[in-house]
Design a protein around this ligand. Structure first.
Ligand SMILES: [Zn+2]
Length: 411
């Protein structure tokens, strides 16, 4: 698995606020937004995107307008503006610039030296300007207390929105274990199908998520209907579609997290390396219509979720080139001309469920490239009569702790 440089992992945890923001904080959020938009304008005019260049351009003007604002918040505003400008520049290069960037949402971001957190009681001490601080009390569940009380997490930035705060918790990525088995998974529209190989034998595994494609289809149809019905009122139509989209997004994401957790708990218990196909090369084919494009997104998302959750748990994940994986015979190496039905059949007599067969090929690719920790596997030893269920939507649908989270990476 090569040498892995210790990576800093960052997880943003969302906290609700116990009471409404005090006036001073509301004004600060407004000021922060003005500062970000001011810096964006200055950056666009001068064609710069770095935080320091933006600070040189806009600092003195903004200082004049808001002489008392805490200087560290201003620096943070330039940082936020800088990243918005960089994204904008990337879009311009790709040729889909959209409109000039502008921040509508009121929010502010404070770097970790610019606020204090009482981790025992969940109270944020936020400086507004010289001599003026506000205290923000966070609503705590067990999920939230877990982050506050774990001293292996250090604090990163704080983002404040009118009704909630997002705290970034940072931690060094744990060392990956040395695997003594492999879990190779082929990612399909409605399931992960794979093989779990340990010692001399291998068995089929499955994690099903049929409802994700269903939710997508249903929302897609509903959106279409909404667009038709509200054709005379494009603004309402757009608003309703956006709301639909958000709801769909949450429901799908929730399921994907459950699937990923189930798969990774299994891998962790078995000390498995996880093998996935590299989906980066896949380009949606436009002529196959919208449904095709929709179906690729959850799979990519699932991979991203599996990868970052695995990093937090020290589970090795390798990605292999999936070319021909669904058309190759793992026994004799023959490549079939075309895809067949649900069963893969080869002239040499080998036959297996098409998806499971694809995962056997992913496993073999990983092994042949030395990416599976020196493990060997003989596909002839595959047990055809066993199927392990890693996730089943009926029994797997537990309720999660209340609290949403998202994870990002920082090196
Ligand atoms: Zn064959």
């Amino acid at each position: 698995m090569g040498n892995v440089i210790a990576q800093m992992l960052v997880k943003g945890v969302v906290f609700r606020l116990e009471s409404e923001l005090p006036c001073e904080a509301k004004f600060l959020l407004e000021d922060f937004r003005l500062a970000v938009n001011g810096a964006i304008r200055a950056g666009l005019r001068a064609r710069v995107t770095s935080r320091n260049a933006l600070a040189r351009l806009a600092y003195s003007d903004f200082r004049k307008e808001h002489p008392k604002m805490y200087a560290k918040h201003l620096v943070s505003a330039f940082e936020v503006a800088g990243s918005i400008l960089k994204n904008h520049r990337r879009r311009v290069r790709r040729g889909n610039a959209g409109h000039v960037p502008y921040v509508r949402r009121v929010f502010m971001k404070a770097e970790n030296q610019a606020y204090k957190l009482d981790r025992a009681n969940g109270v944020i001490d936020l400086p507004i300007r010289a001599g003026c601080h506000v205290m923000l009390t966070l609503v705590l569940s067990d999920y939230h207390r877990g982050y506050l009380s774990d001293s292996s997490y250090s604090l990163g930035s704080l983002t404040i929105l009118p009704d909630r705060a997002i705290i970034a918790f940072r931690k060094n990525a744990p060392r990956q274990y040395v695997p003594d088995s492999v879990l190779a998974l082929d990612t399909n529209e409605r399931s992960l199908d794979g093989v779990f190989a340990k010692g001399d034998s291998g068995v089929a595994v499955k994690a099903e998520f049929p409802d994700i494609a269903m939710i997508q289809q249903r929302h897609h149809d509903r959106r279409k209907r909404l667009q038709k019905k509200k054709a005379h009122d494009r603004r309402t139509s757009r608003r309703l579609c956006r709301r639909e989209g958000k709801r769909e997004h949450h429901r799908i994401e929730y399921r994907l997290h459950q699937v990923a957790n189930a798969v990774l708990s299994f891998a962790e218990n078995q000390k498995s390396a996880v093998v996935l196909e590299d989906l980066r090369g896949f380009k949606p084919r436009w002529n196959k219509g919208l449904n095709r494009r929709l179906s690729l997104w959850p799979r990519r998302k699932l991979h991203r979720i599996i990868e970052y959750k695995a990093q937090w748990r020290g589970i090795p994940v390798v990605k292999v080139d999936p070319r021909n994986s669904s058309r190759t015979c793992p026994i004799c190496g023959r490549i079939q001309d075309s895809r067949m039905g649900t069963e893969f059949e080869c002239e040499c007599g080998w036959h297996l469920d098409r998806h499971i067969n694809a995962s056997l090929n992913l496993l073999q690719t990983a092994i042949s490239k030395g990416m599976a920790g020196g493990l060997r596997f003989n596909p002839g030893a595959f047990q055809h009569d066993v199927m392990m269920i890693l996730y089943d939507p009926v029994t797997g649908a537990r309720s999660e702790p209340n609290g949403t989270s998202c994870i990002g990476l920082a090196t």
